[in-house]
Design a binder for this molecule. Structure first.
Ligand code: PEP
Ligand code: NA
Ligand code: MN
Length: 624
């Protein structure tokens, strides 16, 4: 059982400190806990310390409740399935409640903050009855950062607490910093499912009504109704992207949906690269890539979020605010991402909506070339590769994947064998190049370089990608996804793009080179033109050669691409004509793209930077 603490009085004068150390707790934190407890009516309050013993208590309780299954195949690891209605981020239920509608912009859902609070207050009323209210102090990024970015998540989900422990620095260290008077973000979460007396709790409690709400001016987050990933682990998308992007706008830095990697050449030249791809487009794979070309080395700093701030030398320095990986499981395997598999094998992980093997381990599509002969699928049903039961009857799971397409592994990043030592450096690493990527069957070449920063911002602002299972809604629909941030920009998109342009205007700035990449271009018959994964090191090599000034390029209307023979193809199974088609810039295809880009910029309204319209005019002219 978890330890209980008395509900502190709103004034904090409840007799003894609710902090486990007995140390005085910041009055504003006590006041807020009291206010939330009075509204939500939990049975117990638990101050989370973040210790191993506490993790063991929480996971034992989750096992006892039937929510977690302890794996026998991996140490200290658990399998959990969500409610089938609660499997992904809910973008249509995600709101930016700025004071002015104009500040949320046309790409976000907006509601008046007071009206939203009034509505959600009624949803929260009594919503924690029968539950424990967990107070989770957390710090995004190292505790010893010059400006630690702190928060407190109040949640009624033990699953959220255990996942937050993997994903962020939680507990006493963060609380100590909060108690020194530093600013912190209030993040309130409830699954929205009180346990009525005499009833048993659901294995995955949640509510059909879901709200993922941000108050950017107040730097506050209110989440209701979902227990899943980015909807509920509020340090991640809600804080480190939506709220942090608004902080970054105000303070002159960037909070981005990017991996960070360290690339070392055979002659020991080091470059740090940040790369933006939409959810489920291979950020984790690229961040942990095993190069297929001799002498090149990739080390990992982050796989999802990069915070980038200017150093005294005018360069952009990137840190990863997270402490764990919340990776898409399907497609992660020994052949595609062996380093992720090694990180996972070390245990200490929570697996959501993957399949269970008969010997107490996990499996998902793409983990191994052949599926096991028998599984329990993510919905708890018997599953076989043929879809037939032993007696020959057709299983209910027949023809369906054993793991949900958006199933996840939640694993400490420190278990990644390629983690770069600089991950722990609070000042971060200087970024030489930014890559923007998407998932496009056509049109977009394997790699191209922007002519300059403004053109690079245009490339990032207009990139499109086919939608994936990472969010609810249709899959495979091409949508514009600026900087892979469409679901995560916490303010007006035009202002966001202007912020990107403005960064280069201050004196002494040495901006990274910008590239666009597309691993997903296809043949007429549907086959991929480029093998991807470890072979993407060949593209990274070209990027470095461009940075070093040693690789020539062909100038095309859309940017600079490798000259014929400019990519190192030694040992790769790609025919010269496949490569030609992977790199091709087809003027007709790009002319068809022009009205779509125009429409996209128009949809952003009056705040879209004039410089980006100029870039579109320039592109139209060059295409002739
Ligand atoms: C999530 O879906 O919960 C999440 C963390 O984000 P993404 O889809 O970008 O992986
Ligand atoms: Na809107
Ligand atoms: Mn992501």
């Amino acid at each position: 059982p978890v330890s209980a603490a008395p509900v502190p009085s709103p004034t904090g004068a409840a007799g003894r400190s609710p902090a486990p150390s007995g140390a005085p707790v910041a009055p504003e934190l006590l006041r807020w806990i009291g206010e939330v407890a009075a509204l939500t009516r939990p049975d117990r309050i638990h101050f989370v310390t973040g210790t191993d013993a506490e993790f063991a208590e929480l996971t034992d309780a989750l096992v006892a409740a039937g929510t977690f299954t302890r794996l026998t195949g991996k140490p200290n690891s658990f399998h959990v399935v969500s409610d089938p209605s609660d499997v992904a981020r809910v973008e249509d239920r995600t709101f930016i409640c700025s004071e002015r509608e104009r500040d949320a912009g046309p790409t976000n859902n907006w509601r008046d903050p007071a009206a939203m609070k009034a509505e959600m207050t009624e949803l929260y009323r009594g919503c924690m009855r029968g539950r424990t209210l967990y107070v989770v102090p957390f710090c995004m990024g190292p505790l010893d950062a010059a400006k630690p970015r702190l928060g407190v998540e109040i949640t009624d989900s033990a699953y959220v607490v255990t996942s937050m422990r993997v994903m962020t620095r939680i507990g006493t260290g963060a609380l100590d910093l909060i108690n020194t008077g530093l600013p912190w973000v209030k993040a309130l979460h409830s699954v929205g499912a009180p346990v009525e007396p005499g009833t048993t709790d659901a294995v995955w409690p949640c509510n059909d009504t879901k709200y993922i709400v941000h108050f950017p001016e107040e730097r506050a987050i209110w989440s209701f109704g979902s227990g899943y990933g980015g909807n509920a682990l509020l340090g991640k998308k809600c804080y480190s992207l939506r709220i942090a992007s608004a902080m970054a706008r105000d303070e002159g830095w960037l909070a981005e949906h990017m991996l960070i990697l360290k690339l070392t050449s055979p002659s020991d030249v080091v470059h740090y690269v940040a790369a933006a791809f939409p959810s489920a487009c291979g950020k984790t794979n690229l961040a942990m890539l095993e190069p297929t070309i001799p002498g090149w080395r990739v080390e990992t700093l982050g796989d999802d979020i990069a915070w980038m701030e200017f150093g005294a030398d005018g360069r952009l320095y990137a840190t990863n605010p997270e402490f764990g990986l919340f990776g898409v499981a399907p497609g992660t395997g020994w052949d595609t991402n062996p380093n992720a598999m090694r990180a996972i094998a070390a245990g200490n992980s929570v697996f959501t909506n993957v399949a269970l093997t008969d010997d107490g381990d996990v499996w998902w599509e793409g983990m191994t070339p052949e599926p096991p002969a028998h599984l329990t699928d993510w919905q708890g049903r018997e599953w076989t590769p043929s879809g037939l039961a032993a007696d020959g009857s057709v299983l209910a799971s027949a023809g369906q994947p054993a793991a949900h397409p958006n199933s996840r592994f939640c694993t400490p990043i420190t278990q990644c064998p390629t983690l770069a030592a600089e991950y722990h450096e609070p000042r971060g690493v200087p970024i030489s190049a930014i890559l923007f990527g998407g998932r496009r069957k056509t049109t977009v070449p394997l790699v191209l370089q922007a002519r300059d920063w403004q053109h690079g911002v245009f490339l990032g602002a207009t990139i499109a990608s086919e939608t994936t299972a990472a969010a609810t809604g249709a899959v495979g629909v091409v949508r514009r996804d600026p900087m892979a941030m469409l679901p995560f920009i916490g303010y007006d998109a035009g202002d966001y793009l202007q912020h990107w342009l403005d960064l280069a205007r201050a004196p002494g700035r040495r901006m990274p080179a910008v590239f666009s990449v597309n691993w997903f271009r296809r043949d007429a018959d549907g086959g991929f033109l480029w093998p991807g994964f470890g072979e993407n090191a060949r593209v990274l090599k070209w990027v470095v050669e461009r940075l070093e000034g040693t690789a020539p390029a062909v100038r095309t209307p859309i940017g600079d691409v490798p000259v014929p023979g400019g990519l190192d193809l030694d040992g790769v199974e790609v025919t010269p004509e496949q490569l030609t088609r992977a790199l091709a810039v087809d003027g007709q295809e790009w002319k068809r793209e022009l009205p779509l880009i125009q429409e996209w910029l128009d949809s952003l309204g009056t705040t879209v930077p004039a410089a980006l319209r100029d870039e579109l005019d320039g592109l139209r002219e060059r295409l002739g």
